[in-house]
Design a protein around this ligand. Structure first.
Ligand SMILES: Cc1ncc(COP(=O)(O)O)c(C=O)c1O
Length: 445
């Protein structure tokens, strides 16, 4: 079946194959982003509109991923296109501040509870890098604590224990810092403290043990790329009270979870961190990210201040990204979030029904407009649960869906856009039904 799916993929995507053959001569593996690659070769997308994308062969698919959750309004939203066109004609980057960044910063500070002030940058990676550096500068301590299986981008301090081999990761309640990438410096492992997700007692004990050297605890309140796993309220509250007591900064990485509501996950949980990192939706499809938080901490970046923390970035706050971001965030009223989350809950419910009707054990983790499938019969509440689920089935489902008109993440993650209506959702569910029905004989073996 899997080979059949691969054969069908090859047969129906000849232009992507030819592009890939050219691409491998100039880019390692033929892509410039590891996550866009999948076997036997990646899909090359030519254009998108609303919740649909068209590949190099002109084949239309439902985009159930939206550039890994970034495209919350879908592709080429008229208001966003208009804002980009207008700004492009007025210039796209200056060695100066601009009025649009003030507007976007104001909007974010008004909506997200923890934000007294923000600074823009160009990727979630930069946002977490600066937030961690700021925390080290503010506290004078060197170490960062993070969650096993959480994802914070690709700088050195971020590339630890995102997806460690279980044989090397230590006990579940005392995980060991493992490098995610070749080239991750050894010193980073010594400066990183790894916490188990959703285990407040174990996490608190580790934080207390390391407190003298800990600058910050960073986490996604809802783990996104690592499998859409929501923290329990108790876990977040315990991290908040423990860090507050010990003078450690709490950083919420809301690069993905900001799509859950106007004030992000922190508003929904009622837990306010010291710093927040954002990205994806706030750039309206362009490379924009931000970090922000408490006025006294952010104040370290003030250039009027002696010994300030400098934040370079040729494209920080560039007016093109700011215009796209502002147009997008303006569209995202509380009602829009609510409607989108309602659709997300409906998708999760329909997915559960499909798999149950075929007696295929799967966990549908969902939060707002995001979901992830894990092929296991046990609830997935942390990285250990993700790591022990059946990845072959996820890949088979993914490729099957590509062949049946749906683009999702190869790791089984999806995100809805406001451009989707009931019919799009039903089309997606029908595709899942077809693929699961076809795979069932194999999955039963
Ligand atoms: C929670 C989180 N933080 C940081 C990042 C890194 O963002 P970027 O890919 O823009 O560097 C991501 C990317 O998916 C993310 O999900």
């Amino acid at each position: 079946m899997a080979n059949d799916a691969e054969a069908l993929y090859r047969e129906t995507t000849p232009h992507s194959r030819v592009l890939h053959e050219k691409a491998v001569t100039v880019m390692p593996g033929g892509t410039t982003r590891t996550t866009t690659y999948f076997d036997p070769y990646p899909l090359y997308i030519e254009r998108g509109r609303g919740c649909r994308v068209w590949d190099a062969d002109g084949t239309e698919r439902i985009d159930m991923l939206g550039n890994y959750t970034a495209m919350i309004l879908g592709h080429a939203h008229p208001k966003v296109v208009e804002a980009i066109q207008k700004q492009a004609a007025r210039g796209t980057g200056f060695a100066a501040a601009n009025a649009i960044e003030v507007q976007l910063a104001t909007l974010l500070c008004e909506r997200v509870p923890s934000l007294d002030a923000v600074r823009f940058c160009n990727s979630g990676t930069e946002a977490t890098m600066f937030a961690m550096r700021l925390a080290r500068a503010f506290t004078g301590r060197p170490k960062i604590a993070r969650i096993e299986g959480g994802y914070h981008g690709t700088h050195d301090y971020a590339e630890v224990s995102t997806h460690p081999a279980l044989s090397e990761a230590g006990p579940p309640d005392a995980p060991i810092a493992r490098p995610d990438s070749a080239g991750t410096p050894d010193w980073v492992l010594h400066q990183t403290v790894v916490l188990p997700f959703n285990n407040p007692n174990a996490a608190e004990a580790i934080i207390r043990r390391e407190a003298g050297e800990l600058a910050a605890v960073i986490l996604e309140p809802v783990i996104g790329a690592g499998g859409v796993i929501a923290a329990t309220v108790e876990f977040l509250e315990r991290l908040r009270s423990t860090t507050q007591e010990l003078g450690i900064l709490l950083i919420f990485d809301e690069v993905i979870s900001l799509r859950l509501g106007p004030g992000g996950a922190q508003q929904m949980y009622g837990v306010t961190p010291d710093l927040t990192t954002m990205g994806k939706i706030i750039g309206g499809g362009l490379p924009v990210a931000a970090f922000g938080g408490r006025a006294d901490v952010m104040g370290l970046l003030d250039p009027r201040r002696e010994g300030n923390l400098a934040q370079g970035g040729t494209y920080n706050g560039n007016p093109l990204g700011m215009a796209a971001g502002l147009a997008t965030m303006t569209e995202l009223t509380p009602d829009v979030y609510e409607d989108l989350n309602r659709k997300g809950a409906r998708v999760a419910e329909l997915l559960r029904e499909v798999f149950a009707s075929h007696q295929v054990p799967v966990q549908i983790n969902s939060a707002g407009s995001m979901f992830a499938l894990h092929f296991t019969d046990r609830p997935v509440v942390d990285y250990r649960g993700v790591a022990t689920a059946n990845k072959d089935k996820t890949r088979e489902l993914f490729l099957g869906l590509v062949n049946h008109g749906v683009l999702m993440a190869p790791r089984g993650m999806g995100a809805l856009s406001t451009a989707m209506d009931e019919q799009d959702i039903q089309e997606f569910i029908d595709a899942v039904e077809t693929v699961v029905a076809g795979q069932r004989p194999r999955w039963e073996q």
